[in-house]
Design a protein around this ligand. Structure first.
Ligand code: SF4
Ligand code: SF4
Length: 168
């Protein structure tokens, strides 16, 4: 995992970003005994331009992401003193583990584009960790895309069937 110093930030990323979930995230959550009903939000696809993860559920297309509370925060974010903490920190989704960093096409560590994170990039960050996570995410996206394609080609199904399919 990459390490960033988030002290003083009220978890802006946990409130503002849509967190896509990959099959490996669902597997990690299953090991924690979490029920998809409690954390999963089905986003309507017409809100997004990225469609690799669209899945056909009961005749309509959705993307899978984390539920949010009314205040905008992810369901796993909890206020501790003045800080926001992630209650599944060690098992948080891959996207969250790499945020706010990314690997550029020239294999340099950079800060992810977007609106929220006030951090400056730590030049001493372990390139091995960032590369490892970046490669893992890319593999997961590819696997998910292939699985979603097969699922949709076969006409989709219910959410429960989809979860079982993705957990296989
Ligand atoms: S899973 Fe944790 S790190 Fe990721 S958005 Fe939710 S609270 Fe933040
Ligand atoms: S927005 Fe940046 S500083 Fe704030 S919690 Fe997220 S990663 Fe940390």
């Amino acid at each position: 995992m990459v390490s960033v110093d988030c002290s003083g930030c009220e978890g802006l990323c946990c409130r503002n970003h849509v967190i896509f979930l990959c099959p490996s995230d669902l597997k990690d959550f299953e090991k924690l005994g979490l029920n998809p009903v409690d954390y999963l939000f089905l986003g309507p696809v017409d809100e997004l331009t990225s469609r690799f993860s669209d899945v056909l559920i009961d005749g309509k297309y959705f993307y899978l992401t984390l539920k949010r509370r009314k205040n905008g925060y992810c369901v796993f974010a909890r206020k501790e003193n003045k800080n926001i903490e992630c209650i599944i920190y060690d098992d948080r989704p891959l996207t969250c583990r790499l945020y706010p960093l990314k690997l550029t096409s020239k294999k340099r560590i950079a800060k992810r584009g977007g609106i929220v994170c006030p951090l400056t990039v730590d030049k001493n960050q372990s390139k091995e960790k960032v590369t490892y996570l970046n490669d893992r995410i890319q593999r997961e996206i590819k696997t998910y895309g292939e699985k979603a394609f097969e699922w949709n080609k076969n006409g989709g199904g219910s959410l429960k069937e989809l979860i079982n399919y993705l957990l296989k």
